[in-house]
Design a protein around this ligand. Structure first.
Ligand SMILES: Cc1cc2nc3c(=O)[nH]c(=O)nc-3n(C[C@H](O)[C@H](O)[C@H](O)COP(=O)(O)OP(=O)(O)OC[C@H]3O[C@@H](n4cnc5c(N)ncnc54)[C@H](O)[C@@H]3O)c2cc1C
Length: 410
């Protein structure tokens, strides 16, 4: 029947592809400011694999500015006021958040699905906020050189959305940026990361840890009753590691963190050990008429510093601040989109530069090392002069050019 093939058609002022941190935060802020907004998320729920559970002091500040902090912090989370590291034999605190000029002087660890569900719950209080789960964006609708909407597949059939602005917040493998034909600058990375869990026992340390040893980097994040572990490997070397066998892998983990040697047997096969292929890139231009990309869709971040979620949220706040009024007026010019790009490209650029320096100088050197590691001078200074820990704390906890909520309610 022809009727069955007719797509459902919806009109909204802003349609966001992707319900990750960037998309959900933007959806909430715009709806709160009276803009009719639809977020399309391809998954049926947010309960997916680990993809970063860090909420930085600057994100918590945004929650405060929205009047949500107290309610938000009632959700289960762990507070991390400092990050410790060991480089060869040198143990030191890499970042100490206790001096930041923010209400929360710690990184909160909370499962990303709790955070996203919270944003949806708050957004749902506004009549202009709409979310469609299991809605996979497949294409853009263009009129001449302007984007005027998008197409999605849903369980009930095809969906067509007509809108003043499409926002691509669909992550590092963004279909929106592909369909828009945006040109991408790739920066490369010397490493990939294997993520897995090990149980946590009473008496284990509380703070997160980073261990740098000959040819190895190991990160452990305290998640209450388990450790979220990140084992950094040279890019493309997973096949070799697997060929060497799981017992050797377990042995390496136990050597890096001897207090979990009684638990490495929990890794019975490779299945629960997930590979994050590290990708660092940035769109040369984040917009074209009727379309803007933000978050990982505009710039996939290196895991160095764990700042991807924070940047995605900062992009969302800046976008809402600059575009809520034009969206309410029903017209967003290219010049207004360019303002979002130029506001956010600078902090992104600086953050990625720092990440690339750490990746290409420090991480590459550690992964290539065959003999006992000697800490670089910068780390020795950090270990010696405590006030220097405030620099990485600021970079990680606040980031460059932190944004503040300027959108109105209603
Ligand atoms: C294993 C892992 C660990 C990480 N650890 C950290 C960390 O500790 N700290 C940190 O800050 N960052 C971390 N990151 C990075 C962080 O997850 C991202 O930087 C951040 O989530 C970016 O937010 P985003 O909203 O831009 O994109 P995403 O979080 O990727 O969200 C994009 C959303 O779009 C949806 N989507 C994709 N395609 C479509 C489509 N066609 N139609 C509809 N929806 C679509 C996806 O399902 C997803 O929900 C990690 C990433 C991974 C993979």
């Amino acid at each position: 029947m022809i009727g069955d093939l007719m797509p459902e058609t919806i009109s909204v002022q802003c349609c966001i592809a992707g319900g990750g941190p960037a998309g959900m935060m933007l959806g909430l802020l715009l709806a709160r400011a009276g803009v009719s907004v639809l977020v399309l998320e391809k998954h049926a729920d947010f309960l997916r694999d680990f993809r970063g559970d860090t909420l930085h002091p600057s994100t918590l500040e945004i929650m405060y500015e929205l009047g949500l902090l107290e309610r938000f912090l009632r959700l289960p989370h762990q507070k991390v006021p400092k990050i410790n590291a060991r480089f060869g034999e040198l143990e030191f605190t890499l970042a100490d958040f206790s001096h930041l000029p923010t209400r929360c002087r710690y990184v909160a660890f909370m499962p990303q699905w709790d955070f996203l569900n919270f944003l949806v719950e708050v957004g749902s209080q506004y009549a202009t906020f709409h979310v469609r789960m299991s809605a996979e964006v497949t294409n853009l609708i263009e009129d001449g050189s302007s984007v005027v909407g998008l197409c999605a597949e849903t369980p009930s059939g095809p969906l067509e959305v007509r809108t003043t602005l499409v926002v691509g917040a669909d992550g590092r493998h963004s279909i929106v940026r592909k369909r828009a034909g945006f040109s991408v600058e790739e920066f490369g990375a010397p490493m990939d990361v294997l993520w897995f869990r090990l149980s946590r026992k009473p008496g284990d340390p509380a703070d997160p840890m980073g261990r740098f040893d000959t040819g190895r980097i190991f990160i452990m994040l305290n998640r209450g009753d388990y450790w979220q572990c990140g084992f950094v490997i040279a890019k493309g070397s997973l096949g070799e590691l697997r060929a060497q066998g799981l017992p050797l892998f377990r042995e390496s983990v136990a050597k890096l963190a001897p207090f979990v040697s009684d638990r490495v047997q929990e890794l019975q096969d490779w299945e629960p050990i997930k590979l994050l292929t590290v990708q660092v890139d940035r769109l040369r231009q984040w917009y074209k008429p009727g379309l803007l990309c933000i978050g990982d869709a505009a710039h996939a971040m290196s895991p160095v510093g764990g700042v991807g979620i924070n940047l995605a949220i900062q992009d969302a706040v800046a976008t809402a601040n600059l575009l809520w009024q034009p969206l309410r007026d029903g017209r967003v010019t290219e010049a207004e989109l360019a303002k979002v790009h130029s506001r956010r490209v600078w902090p992104t650029n600086i953050t990625q530069r720092v990440q690339l320096i750490v990746q290409n100088r420090l991480i590459r050197q550690v992964l290539d090392s065959k003999v006992q590691l000697q800490p670089p001078n910068a780390l020795r200074l950090l270990a010696r002069f405590h006030f220097l820990r405030r620099i990485p704390a600021r970079m990680i906890g606040l980031g460059v050019r932190p944004e503040h909520v300027r959108t109105p309610v209603g």
